[in-house]
Write a protein that binds this ligand. Sequence first.
Ligand code: GDD
Ligand code: MN
Length: 419
Amino acid sequence: MSTHERANLAPRGAAARGAVVVEVAGQAGATLRADPSAGAIRSVGVIVPTYREALNIPLMIERVGAVRRALRGGGVTLSLVFMDDNSRDGSVEAVARAAASEGAGGSVGGGADGSGWARIVVRTTQRGLSPAVIDGLRSCDADAMIVMDADLSHPPEKIPEMIAALEAGAEFVIGSRYTPGGTTAGDWGLFRRLNSSVATLIARPLTRAKDPMAGYFGLRRETFERADALSPIGYKIGLELLVKCRVRRLAEVPIHFADRVHGQSKLSLKEQVRYLRHVRRLLTYKHPNLAALAQFGLVGASGMAVNMGTVLAAERLGAGTQWALRWGIGVSILSNFALNRRFTFGHARGGSVVTQLVGFVLTCLVGAVIQYVVTARALSWLAEGSPTPLAVPFGVAAGMAFNFLISRYVVFARGGSRV
Ligand code: GDD
Ligand code: MN
């Protein structure tokens, strides 16, 4: 262990505390006095989701064990729980063995006896990383919880610094790759780096965190308990908690993100598609009107492409220009309807399709009239001799505003409430 790492083991030392920057939403870098409502942290639960990590488990127990001993000097107790999805790769035995040699008195399989500091819970229902983490958080009764990967890409030696950040007033702390001082093991290819930054960018409207994707994070029990209904889809349980716990005071502790020691990542392409759905849900949760408007706009833009494509196809198939234009309008209204019903106003999917379709088509027709009237009006407001196309955006804006408001509050107002 380097001297640097050793220094980090100092429990809640002045140095660690001084390094902590707590960010208040909207005020980057503001330092904060400790939240008076937040008491001292006397116990910490480390929650580690695992799937086939038998080789990493002994290393984890050893390194977390060193942290535990250091914290104990400062009067803080630490417990470690692996939330395993029935890996059957010797993980249970690995905990028992390592725990015995670490003096952990490993309690295994459901871990009801509570005697040891390290244990493994074998889950047999509802597989998945996020559900495993949520289960772990729910069943933990410590003052603060830390969640981390089992593959040693997250340095356990940073735990004391993360706890110091929570004690300094943060509600949520991230072991961050992208905050100043944070680093990532060298051999990430261009694709993986690009992938990670695009994913981070997409989460921008949800949080100011520099590393919102992180699987290494900590929070106080009170913060977790005020979470709104959690939807455990996908890998990004940290992001879900940041949003659903309405975190305002956030700290990011720089870490070196190491390459996984044994085994391989379970993050697949499927997970990345799921991530997009997850972000869409969180956006809808956090900014319902803005999210609907943005999706409505995107659907409108897609309608333009559908319209042009249909005109092209109709002409190729021998339709006259007038009929091709009519087909273009008709087909794009239908595709807009389908997409808005599925995405923009997904909560209304339970309602009657026929009623909604009739309502949507009528709205579009009235919207077109409004667009025409406003465009004509705008032309008369504009300075004499202005080019006619300049009037078009006014009409489009008025027509779209009408379409959006009537769609949202009338056509798709009802029908279930799934987001
Ligand atoms: N219980 C359970 N069930 N655990 C799982 C499952 C599952 O279905 N899938 C993965 N895990 C565990 C792994 O054993 C590991 O401890 C941790 O969850 C993360 O899985 P990895 O497979 O190592 O993920 P990764 O390295 O690709 O992704 C990590 O880094 C990302 C940022 O680059 C994770 O920390 C992500 O959350 C993070 O976004
Ligand atoms: Mn990993």
